[in-house]
Design a protein around this ligand. Structure first.
Ligand SMILES: O=C(CO)[C@@H](O)[C@H](O)[C@H](O)[C@H](O)COP(=O)(O)O
Ligand SMILES: [Zn+2]
Length: 197
């Protein structure tokens, strides 16, 4: 197991190095889409399953509260947190609808959906993207592997940030780094005068 643990560290580091070569432009583009939405009074909704649900909440908490510097709260909402809403939608309709029904209720034109899936094939995330497109929202998709079905849904105004790995855990580890970079770019763009701690 010790060798396996070491190999996991090595693989994670190598995945981050590979991602650092190919993802910075799309991360920056996604951050500027978010900045533009926030400047215009729009908000960011986020969703994903399992570890990606945690990532969706990690991102929204950093906008609603803060990332590294004191600055005003920014409007974001994870669609993964309201157990009453999620269980009733899953119970009465389908688990595939748990995010899309919330997007149709809360999403407004100009808002952004941060859609997170390592496979790109989670049906409830795909349905949330379709709901977002029907609401004239734009999409930032964090994916991995071959981008899955999610990659094929994106238009020219959307951004896919696809981690070059086929292993779910390694992809998730890079997704968190992507989220922190998005937060840093947003803060630098909107609040350049506030110093990071
Ligand atoms: O955290 C992990 C694995 O590291 C799991 O909970 C994982 O997120 C779940 O299996 C998800 O359902 C996978 O969904 P996705 O990334 O393919 O959309
Ligand atoms: Zn995990």
């Amino acid at each position: 197991m010790i060798e396996q643990i070491k190999a996991n560290f090595t693989e994670s580091i190598q995945t981050k190095i590979a991602a650092g070569e190919v993802l910075p432009e799309s991360i920056f583009k996604a951050s500027q889409m978010m900045v533009d939405a926030l400047i215009h009074g729009n908000k960011i909704l986020s969703c994903g399953n399992g570890g990606s649900a945690g990532d969706a909440q990690h991102f929204s908490s950093e906008l609603l509260n803060r990332y590294e510097r004191d600055r005003p709260s920014l409007p974001a909402m994870a669609l993964t947190t309201d157990s009453s809403t999620i269980t009733s939608i899953a119970n009465d309709y389908s688990y595939d609808e748990v995010f899309s029904k919330q997007v149709r209720a809360l999403g407004q034109a100009g808002d952004i959906l941060l859609a997170i899936s390592t496979s790109g094939n989670s049906r409830n995330v795909i349905n949330a993207m379709e709901a977002a497109l029907s609401r004239d929202m734009t999409i930032v998709a964090l994916t991995g592997k071959d981008g899955g079905e999610m990659a094929g849904l994106l238009g020219p105004n959307d951004v896919e940030i696809r981690v070059p790995s086929s292993r779910t855990a390694r992809i998730q580890e890079v997704h968190l780094l992507v989220i922190h970079n998005l937060c840093e770019c947003i803060d630098d763009s909107l609040f350049p005068e506030q110093d990071a701690e």
